[in-house]
Design a protein around this ligand. Structure first.
Ligand code: ASP
Length: 456
């Protein structure tokens, strides 16, 4: 367990005042008074680490601190990082399933690299604002970086989400690494059809104890969406524009990580996001979503079969790659083709051989925005003749998660194709709005605002 409590001068003062990691405090520094939350010491003695209300993390030397006052934690008892959190007495019931990732990360003292490691209760303890939003039940499912997450983990998450729904939860939050968050969001969208409540996936690009971490704000937004929104779908709620103004609520099958390190990394692709969330509440950007209280009975269709792969076509790709998958008795391939869904004549020949041997091949586009179209070029027509099925504008990763799921639902290839081409969880957008990728996603509105200010 992390060394949460401070030693030295700060430790003595905090002990006297009964202040522990996770407590909200008020203090005077350099003539200014502000409220913040104490973060665990991690061995610090002469400096205290604090999280400001906007989520920023700062460190302040002992000498600069004048007065310290412990603030009342909200209605709930705030746990220290070493204690389990008792459930709050009131508020909507929300289950938080922790699965690891940066949001639960801390540096490994041996390698210096970040490892997943904080449990759900510790996260809760570090973000006491959550107590005022919901009666949270924290469950540690497992703790992995999401690059280590496998389809079998998706099944465990899906089962835990269903249990939470069965137990009467008003919403479910899944904290998760960001690298593969969108695969899991897609998989859950197919495994839990017609969810009666919001299922909200959330992560962070910077761990909770790093300066300018997005972890606390993202968690708060996710719990807000789970506890108050009327969205009965699988969604991802993550940092919006660079300016911390709001979080974006993305549909689980249309979202993607688009930046390696920036906090504004998740974007709805080829569509307008579902909504925005900030400290004032939720603002929906569209009306065509499933609503709490109006869904048909939840339809659990849990399962995965990972005898499938996603291949990114590139110049120089050898058709032998395709032969390998056919010979190894894989059942399906998703191709991320160029442009409208193309690949070279050589690879098309390989795909035809593979289809003839029973491999099912589906085509998506590596451009991400826009739809595939097999009829614009001769290569597209050849792909159709080879037996490749085009998936309109389904995102490549969504298509892979869907294929894993579809292969687990039936052994019949025609039924697999039927499932793959049926629009189950809005994974296909019939009419992509031309400006969908700009709407409220930290794109043009911010530039417009900047230009407006510049002109004044
Ligand atoms: N590699 C990490 C993960 O996906 C990145 C993160 O969580 O932001 O678990």
């Amino acid at each position: 367990m992390v060394d949460a409590e401070y030693t030295g001068n700060i430790g003595n003062l905090f002990r006297k005042l009964g202040i522990h990691a996770g407590d909200p405090i008020e203090l005077d520094v350099d003539g200014r008074r502000f409220a913040c939350v104490v973060l665990p010491a991690h061995g610090l003695a002469d400096m205290v680490r604090l999280r400001m209300p906007d989520g920023y993390i700062i460190g302040i030397e002992w000498q600069r601190i004048k007065n310290v006052r412990k603030l009342e934690a909200s209605s709930r008892q705030v746990a220290t990082a070493n204690q389990p959190v008792p459930p709050a007495p009131t508020g909507p019931d929300v289950v938080l399933l922790a699965t690891g990732g940066t949001i639960a990360g801390r540096p490994d003292p041996v390698t210096g690299g970040l490892v997943a490691g904080r449990g759900a209760s510790e996260l809760y303890a570090l973000v006491p604002e959550l107590a005022g939003l919901a009666r949270l039940k924290m469950i540690d499912l497992f703790s992995v970086l999401s690059e280590n997450m496998q389809p079998a983990h998706w099944v465990r998450i899906a089962r835990a989400v269903l249990e939470a729904i069965d137990s009467g939860a008003r919403g479910v939050v899944v904290s998760h690494g960001t690298d593969t968050l969108h695969y899991t969001a897609s998989a859950l969208s197919f495994m839990i059809q017609n969810p009666p409540v919001p299922i909200v996936l959330v992560g962070s690009q910077k761990s909770i104890d790093r300066p300018s971490s997005d972890a606390a704000l993202n968690l708060i937004h996710a719990v807000q969406v789970a506890s108050t929104s009327d969205i009965a779908e699988v969604v991802v709620t993550m940092f919006g524009p660079t300016s911390d103004q709001y979080g974006i609520i993305h549909r689980g099958t249309r979202v993607r990580k688009m930046h390696t390190s920036a906090r504004s990394t998740f974007r709805t692709i080829g569509d307008v996001p579902l909504g925005l969330v900030d400290h004032n509440g939720i603002r929906m950007l569209r009306t065509d979503y499933a609503r709490v209280g109006q869904t048909p009975p939840v339809q659990p269709r849990i399962g995965v079969c990972d005898r499938a792969a996603l291949l990114y076509y590139h110049p120089g790709m050898s058709p032998e790659v395709i032969d390998f998958y056919a010979a190894s008795k894989f059942r399906g391939l998703v191709m991320a083709g160029t442009g409208m869904g193309h690949c070279s004549d050589d690879v098309i020949n390989g795909l035809k051989r593979a289809v003839d041997q029973g491999l099912q091949v589906f085509m998506t586009s590596q451009t991400l925005w826009g739809t595939t179209n097999p009829y614009a070029y001769q290569t597209g027509r050849r792909l159709i003749d080879a037996g490749v099925t085009f998936l309109a504008n389904m995102l490549p990763e969504t298509a892979l998660a869907k294929l894993y799921w579809a292969l687990s639902q039936t052994k019949d290839p025609e039924s697999v194709t039927a499932l793959m081409t049926q629009n189950i969880a809005n994974e296909i957008v019939p009419r992509e709005p031309p400006d969908g990728y700009l709407v409220y996603q930290g794109g043009i509105p911010e530039v417009a605002e900047f230009l407006r200010k510049e002109r004044l």
